[in-house]
Ligand binder design. Structure first.
Ligand SMILES: [Zn+2]
Length: 134
């Protein structure tokens, strides 16, 4: 668990935003940022965002839900949300773990993901559900 990134202390409930400020959200992160990841799937390799994971019940859109647009591809199960005004990818709901939510660590207020010491790579290009394994 990571409780500090650069100079920013990760709060038990940390606020987050898109770039233009239309979309505000908050995340329950009692254990800080857990297992930050990049992903090599066809979408993520274009975005390059570093993602964290939170329980679906641990994310709340506090402003601008109307600005969020959802993008789906491939099987159409996973939902990738982004701000329709500034285009920033805020979070996703994964098909591999529908009770979890991935969030863009770069959206956390005061956090620069470049200050993370270790970011592992998720092999989304070879998705477990595409290989027929759980
Ligand atoms: Zn925005």
């Amino acid at each position: 668990m990571i409780k500090r990134i650069g100079k920013t202390i990760i709060q038990p409930t940390h606020t987050a935003s898109c770039h233009c400020g239309a979309v505000l959200f908050e995340l329950d992160l009692p254990d800080g940022v857990v297992d930050p990841k990049r992903c090599n799937c066809s979408l993520c390799r274009r975005k390059g965002a570093v993602m964290g994971t939170v329980a679906l019940s641990g994310i709340r859109i506090t402003q601008g839900a109307d600005f969020l647009t959802v993008y789906r591809f491939h099987t159409g199960v996973a939902c990738h949300y982004f701000c329709s005004r500034c285009g920033i990818y805020t979070h996703n709901v994964r098909r591999s773990a529908p009770t979890q939510c991935g969030y863009n660590i770069g959206c956390l207020d005061g956090v620069d993901p470049a200050a993370l010491e270790h970011v592992s790579m998720s092999d989304g290009a070879n998705h477990a559900l595409d290989r027929g394994v759980e």
